[in-house]
Design a protein around this ligand. Sequence first.
Ligand code: FAD
Length: 382
Amino acid sequence: MYDVVVVGAGFAGSVLARKAAEANRKVLVIEKRAHIGGNAYDEYQQDGILIHKYGPHIFHTNERKVWDFISRFTEWYLYEHKVLAAIEGTRVPIPFNFNTLYELFPSTMANRIESLLLETFEFGSKIPILQLKRTSDKELKNLAEYIYRYVFLGYTVKQWGCKPEELDENVTARIPIHLSRDNRYFQDQYQGLPQSGYTKMFEKMLDHKNIHIMLNTPLHDVIQINHETKQAYLLDSITLNCLIYTGKIDEFFNYKFGSLPYRSLDFTFETLPMEHYQELGQVNYPNNDDFTRITEYKYLTGQNNNNVTTISKEYPVAHKDGFNTPYYPIPKQANSELLERYSKEALQYKSVHFIGRLAEYKYYNMDTVVSKALNLSETLFK
Ligand code: FAD
């Protein structure tokens, strides 16, 4: 009946479904939510503002292949994301760059630090603050300490619910200072949001005569996994030769080695009777308040509506299965070890392909997932 069954209609599942359909395979997509699009799903609020239900999503990539593929299903609103952080009573651009330096410190001091940085590193480079801390210069060490304390520490504790020392070292190692005057959050060559929204883009991607979609359908409603023979079946009897699985890897194995933990988020959306609430699309609150950031969607989508605007506040919370969405895999050693056990097990299921943020228990940007899905499709659907 079906050559390929895809579990999950996010980026991973939808790209693979489309590629399979174009290679003449009959495809069934099952999705447990009431909608397609995964976490990139967007919808219109009552007042007509387009919002991202699962948090703000900005598409950015350096891969031409990825951009070209997605561009088949949408026009783009060419938006470049910029972020401010509320620090010590003022709002400054982040990632930390020379503009931030001059806004936070007296100009003579900022001038001296800028020169020091450019004597040591190349203009335009991104230096992890851990590297900055290791330099012999006292003033640069102090700068690294300042950024760690005011930009990173509070945000991280809120985001992960633990101290940075409890997370994998590379989480801290990654926060960069950008030696430039470029306030853009991403420097990728291609950046934007689908002109008519992500959901419309997914609708087009999945609109193919060879694709059949079942919403509100969790894996176990239609698929049985025999863990002894390592084989998946559709409706109890039809052997599946190609199952693309983009759900949680631990769930696939009935949590037999234990649960892989996630961090979740609560979003509160407010529609306000004003043209704009804040200066730009995203303001981060690293130090005070319980939320981490406020997003104002009109900036991201380019929507013109002078009367109202919608913002979301984002509160990191613990993940509870069945109650909230598993958003972020938690980067800790013990979790990598648990993942390793599941990944080894997964290799034995020859007709099942695990792909995406939940199946690989890894934070991926959308473009990486698209790229991985395109690569997998090249080996599966020649
Ligand atoms: P998902 O989008 O999660 O799709 C998986 C789908 O599978 C879901 O629809 C789910 O309901 C379904 N599913 C799961 N289990 C089952 C099951 N058992 N049965 C049936 N269906 C099932 N990336 C960017 O590039 N830019 C950004 O600005 C950005 N912002 C982000 C903001 C937040 C708050 C978060 C959490 C992530 C952000 N990302 C961003 C990352 C982006 O969300 C992911 O790259 C993308 O969602 C990955 O797609 P996916 O298909 O792997 O997973």
